[in-house]
Design a binder for this molecule. Structure first.
Ligand SMILES: [Zn+2]
Ligand SMILES: [Zn+2]
Ligand SMILES: [Zn+2]
Length: 185
């Protein structure tokens, strides 16, 4: 048995023992400040209110409207059936036989090249005309250039639309003149 077959068998045997290989996709977003390790946001708020710090927005993060977490992932969903099983596809034509269709309708050869569903030949990228790029739903085959957007909070599992998102400004803080004066005293 060759080493690569041995490796494959070893890997597959791990899946046999657990029954399946379950993905655990997690987004963990954190907000830190350079140069100070632990920063209490309420202290920053207070110092800004006192006029000792001035702040300006440098970025805006999407936050969960339920728990405030920044650990948010974004998904595209089908506007017709709300499925998240969508792929990016293209409307392409095989120049040699004239077939026009979605890239999803093309087969893939073992080498990964596209195979024309009409003439069965492998299609090199140069033998294609690309008419459009779009998203195609794998459930209902609806095509769109602008899928709906949903967010998922990886802290509390809340799934929400952009209209229900909280937007959290990310500030850069600087000492104000008043703050500098205070340090001189
Ligand atoms: Zn759909
Ligand atoms: Zn063809
Ligand atoms: Zn949440």
């Amino acid at each position: 048995m060759s080493d690569s077959v041995k490796d494959m068998k070893e890997f597959l045997s791990k899946i046999v023992t657990t029954g399946s290989l379950i993905p655990d996709f997690k987004v963990i977003a954190t907000l830190k400040y350079l140069s100070i390790d632990e920063v209490d946001e309420s202290v920053l708020e207070a110092l800004t209110r006192e006029g000792l710090l001035v702040r300006r927005i440098t970025d805006v993060a999407i936050a969960c409207s339920k728990c405030g977490s920044l650990s948010i992932s974004t998904k595209y969903v089908c506007p017709a059936c709300s499925s998240v099983s969508i792929v990016k596809s293209r409307l392409i034509q095989h120049i040699d036989c004239g077939y026009v269709g979605s890239e999803v309708s093309f087969l893939r050869s073992n080498s990964g090249a596209l195979k024309c569903p009409k003439c069965g030949r492998e299609v090199a990228e140069e033998r294609l005309i690309v008419y459009a790029t779009f998203f195609e739903c794998l459930s209902c085959h609806f095509r769109t250039s602008s899928p709906n957007v949903i967010h998922k909070c990886h802290n509390c599992e809340n799934i929400f639309k952009p209209a229900d998102a909280s937007l959290r400004p990310i500030y850069l803080y600087e000492l104000s003149d008043k703050g500098r004066e205070l340090l001189k005293q």
